[in-house]
Design a protein around this ligand. Sequence first.
Ligand SMILES: [Zn+2]
Length: 307
Amino acid sequence: MDKKISLIGSFATDWIRYSDYELKKDSSGEVYITPTEEAVFSMYNPFDVSEELLLDLMKIGDKALSVHKASDEAEEMELKKAILVFAKKYGLLGLISASAYNRNIVGDESILMVENNHVKREKIMDSAKYIDMFIPFVEEGDIVISKYKEDVYLGKREDSPQFYGKRPVVMDLIFSRFYSEKIEWIIDFAKMIVQHFKQLLMFKDSSRYLTENVTIMAGRFHAEKIGFTINQLDKTTIAWQFDSLKTTIETIYAFVVTDENLLLSPCKHCESIFITQNLRSKYCTPACRNRANVKKSRSKKAKSLKE
Ligand SMILES: [Zn+2]
């Protein structure tokens, strides 16, 4: 896929994905998604696949919104499958970081939660309890947090990225095989992005009646923890540092919907959301345009037969 989203080229961050994930229930029956025991990790730059990443997440959100209406078991299975595929392609969202104001969860005593996070209603949480929510399947000794004076160290019984203080220690945890997320959290986030988009479309349609700026679903995005460094190679560049895949996706979404040279739109035929540089396009693919035309001419024929 070519990169249609401008500016994204100057963003970079690395994220981790494992080669395989599975769904697992914790002791209270909550369904989590977690890397399988044999899975191997790889690093990638989410901005290299920004378009696909955003659309894949919105597909999950769209599906989730329709499942809740029908509570159809087959559809729910399909949704779970889509989340497994998503995780294999892009990894987990990093909600442990994105849901808290704390820059580094590991080593802090309490956690200040951001509003509208997808994880917990509480405002303040005990750090150990909070971390336990994201590692429900660890066994004794898998993850060891030790403190020495001001320094915090996270030991892992496995071989996965360790940043030795170059990035917040919580990244060592997110990038480990023991890190898990509830599928409800992921679904909730995906739904939020799609609902935001639907509201935006509504306001866009009625924009000629608007006299003032309208904030669409205020208080949803919390990008307080995007940092940056300035790097020098042949060119001087900004290297943005994202705290989570969630914030990365939100940033991509914000760029796409505000880019005047891009159109993010639901297809008039199949309703799936697509991105294009053709601002007048109504259909996601030529195939959908053809099907829509066939349908149109058929209904015309049917009409003229009735007359
Ligand atoms: Zn279509």
